[in-house]
Design a protein around this ligand. Structure first.
Ligand code: COA
Length: 257
């Protein structure tokens, strides 16, 4: 598939997807979201990809859903288009995803970053859910994932007042993993992504699934799920390799088996 709204590359085990509608601050139209899902599906199937890195440009990660596309939409249009099916697919990605945020991550941009597993941000970037200022509200996780990351009080403030927060504040609140100088973001994010890509893929996959499970299960259910995943990993060659490499004082070589 020839992509028009994203740039896709593969670098040393990392599948890199750059949102590429710079004229509209990477506003997320339906076509971009379709392309994103297509690229993610390809990367999920590609054994050479151990981690997916999502980024924008230096000015914007993404300024939200495309307002021009939605302006005249009716409820029926949204239902027929199945507006959020692409977002559902994002939640199902099994490989680890890192968001590298520079500039604005607003509305769907913030929600897209939150759908990733780790978020690195450039100094000067900002995160927000400004939909309220357009007479609507977040629809792709902005009232759900946000509250789980930053707590009720701050989520209410960001969603009801539509006021963005700085990367530093996002870091303090636990929304993101690290803030780095803007010129180092790409390099740092790639470092994290390659580190992840070198881990045992099945262990990473089940650990990710187990953490995500904790957001929608009781503690007892979550602990049970975690234990089953732990047991499962002892059926993998990578478990033997990882532990044998430790005992033999060498670096492990994982194969995802
Ligand atoms: N959808 C469609 N186009 C968008 C957009 C969006 N979400 N956000 C920005 N753009 C477009 C603008 O229309 C403008 O296009 P133009 O040059 O043809 O006029 C271009 O991107 C640059 O935006 P502009 O507003 O001129 O930049 P700014 O630096 O002054 O302001 C923002 C940046 C992000 C504060 C402002 O663009 C904004 O509020 N965007 C909407 C954010 C939002 O509400 N997102 C949630 C959507 S549900």
């Amino acid at each position: 598939m020839a992509y028009q709204h994203i740039l896709v590359t593969k670098i040393k085990g990392v599948g890199r997807i750059q949102l590429d509608r710079p004229d509209v601050l990477n506003a997320l139209n339906l076509a971009l979201m379709d392309e994103l899902v297509h690229a993610l599906n390809e990367m999920e199937r590609d054994d050479e990809v151990g981690c997916i890195l999502l980024c924008g440009n230096e000015h914007a990660f993404a300024a939200g859903a495309d307002i021009f596309e939605m302006l005249d939409a009716t409820t029926t249009d949204l239902l027929v288009q199945d507006q959020f099916s692409a977002w559902d697919r994002l939640s199902e990605v099994k490989k680890p995803m890192i968001a590298a945020v520079s500039g604005m991550a607003l509305g769907g941009g913030c929600e897209l970053a939150m759908a990733c597993d780790l978020i690195l941000a450039a100094e000067g970037s900002s995160f927000g859910q400004p939909e309220i200022n357009l007479g609507v509200m977040p629809g792709a996780g902005g009232t759900q994932r946000l509250v789980r990351s930053v707590g009720k009080a701050k989520a209410m403030e960001m969603v009801l007042l539509g006021r963005p927060i700085t990367a530093q504040e996002a870091y303090r609140l636990g929304l993101i993993n690290e803030v780095v100088p803007a010129h180092q973001l790409e390099e740092e994010a790639m470092k994290w992504a390659q580190r992840l890509a070198n881990k045992a893929p099945l262990a990473v996959r089940l650990a990710k699934e187990s953490i995500l499970k904790s957001m929608e299960s009781t503690l007892a259910e979550g602990l049970d799920f975690e234990q089953k995943c732990f047991y499962l990993l002892f059926a993998t060659e990578d478990q033997k390799e990882g532990m044998r490499a430790f005992v033999e004082k060498r670096r492990p070589h994982f194969h995802g088996k």
